[in-house]
Design a protein around this ligand. Structure first.
Ligand SMILES: [Zn+2]
Length: 366
């Protein structure tokens, strides 16, 4: 906490208990900030996510703490009305801490959620694609992965983003790779520098930028998720050894096995987060490159509020009583479907047969 008011960074580490790098990185940065009195304005608030799981060295005790962050459920958990798992107790603690932080903020709030992966991998950022979170995420020299929050229901980053704050999740690398700590600490240094919360110590921020740029060299700047390989324990899913995030894959390539046999990649692209641990619901993801032009176009369309006329598109219609949602008849709208609606700032809410429901993200504009 600095004397002068300014932005607040809320950084969460180890919301998955088998990811110690996040909380270790935060401890380093906090120590250094305190020792050298680096903070010149605003507040840096560090939180450790799943404490019992961190102690046990497992992703979670009963269920994933980085899921089920939805408005109504969290309200009931925070009032103590709903306690279904060890994680609900942690969810309540975390939400209470976040509420205190938001209340005490003396400027805009930015959430950083720090993660690592089971497979060998390099750093990248994910966020609920509001323009303000996107603009902030683009200040880090790491690839941006769009659309992951649509695949994962109720993540912390999505929840905080929908409250109107800037919220970005970062993957730092493999769980126990010492470079992951360095990468995640670099993320926090760059955030502090970007928000002008520390003296412009050019060497620190510059070193952090070099570290991340070196560890992400050769990866496209912007990518989007095209496929999620969802799994359950009965699938007995096993990745074949040696795969890593951002490795190019081609349609039909066999990369894993499960109870039914071989598992093939459904489309060309890059592999993301192949699962090399027992717990987890995502076997792997496939992402593809997005050209920066499309992001600029989508920003322009959203600033123009082009989404207001999205219901003029063939096959798209309004839903009575839901001003922010649209329904899409996929039989009619097949040729443009979700991609155009993404550009306009909508996200997928549900799909049943040929009926797709999308909604506009709250607090989209900067
Ligand atoms: Zn994680």
């Amino acid at each position: 906490m600095a004397d002068a008011a300014g932005p607040m960074i809320v950084a969460v580490g180890s919301i998955h208990g088998n990811e110690p790098a996040g909380s270790t990185a935060l401890a380093f940065v906090m120590d250094e900030c305190e020792r050298d009195r680096l903070l010149v304005r605003g507040d840096l608030f560090a939180l450790v996510g799943n404490l019992p799981a961190l102690e046990a060295g497992s992703r979670f005790i009963d269920e994933d703490l980085n899921r089920r962050w939805s408005g109504q459920r969290i309200e009931r958990v925070s009032r103590g009305e709903l306690m279904e798992s060890a994680e609900d107790a942690e969810r309540k603690n975390l939400f209470d801490c976040l509420s205190v932080a938001f209340r005490e903020a003396r400027g805009p709030v930015v959430l950083l959620d720090l993660h690592t992966t089971s497979g060998d991998g390099r750093p990248f950022a994910v966020f609920a694609d509001t323009l303000r979170s996107r603009n902030f995420a683009r200040r880090f020299p790491v690839p941006l992965v769009l659309g992951l929050e649509e695949q994962l229901e109720g993540t912390l980053v999505d929840f905080i983003g929908l409250l109107g704050h800037v919220a970005v999740g970062f993957e730092g690398g493999q769980h126990l790779d010492p470079r992951s700590v360095d990468n995640l600490a670099s993320v926090v240094w760059i955030a502090l520098d970007a928000l002008q919360m520390v003296e412009p110590r050019r060497r620190d921020a510059a070193r952090a930028r070099t570290t991340l740029a070196e560890h992400t060299r050769g990866i496209p700047e912007i990518l989007e998720v095209t496929y999620r390989h969802a799994i359950s324990p009965t699938d007995e899913f096993r990745m074949r050894p040696g795969y890593r995030s951002f490795e190019p894959v081609v349609r039909g390539q066999i990369i894993a096995d499960d109870a039914k046999g071989k598992v093939a990649v459904p489309s060309d692209g890059f592999l993301l987060m192949p699962l090399y641990q027992k717990q987890g619901d995502d076997g792997f993801f496939v992402v593809r490159r997005v050209w920066a032009f499309w992001l600029a176009l989508s920003a322009a369309l959203r600033v123009l509020k082009a989404g207001r006329v999205a219901h003029w598109l063939p096959g798209v219609s309004r839903i009575e009583g839901e001003p922010h949602a649209l329904q899409v008849d996929l039989q009619v709208a097949r040729w443009y479907s979700l991609e155009v609606l993404h550009l306009l700032g909508f996200r997928k809410r549900s799909r049943e047969g040929n009926r797709l429901v999308v909604e506009r993200r709250a607090h989209d504009l900067p």
